[in-house]
Design a protein around this ligand. Structure first.
Ligand code: ZN
Length: 107
């Protein structure tokens, strides 16, 4: 009986990571990750997607507010948005700071 694996090296076609010998690679990262790693990666993807959305939305809002005019019915909404943006800014700054620190520690 031949127990030698089909391939000396296997890959994940999702992330491209290389793995040891086996009969097949992985199609999705979830297959080679612990549930915790998978949920951490999903969180990272979500943060990235939301960051892109918010950047686009901020552009749209800024453009809408560029022309100096009065929007009498939007003041409450704008104030609410401002509070959310301020909180998000503080968290974004902290996340960037943490990321920079992690990169410095890896050097
Ligand atoms: Zn993978």
């Amino acid at each position: 009986m031949n127990v030698r694996p089909k391939f000396d090296v296997t890959f994940c076609s999702n992330c491209g990571r290389q793995f040891g010998p086996g009969d097949r690679g992985y199609s999705h990262c979830e297959q080679h990750m612990t549930p915790q790693q998978a949920s951490e990666m999903a969180r990272e993807t979500r943060a990235e997607v939301y960051a892109q959305w918010i950047a686009d939305d901020c552009d749209g809002l800024s453009t809408a507010l560029t022309v100096p005019s009065v929007f009498p019915h939007t003041t409450a909404e704008l104030a609410k948005a401002r509070a959310h943006v301020a909180l998000a800014l503080a968290r974004i700054d902290r996340a960037i700071e943490r990321d920079n620190q992690a990169h410095q520690e890896n050097r």
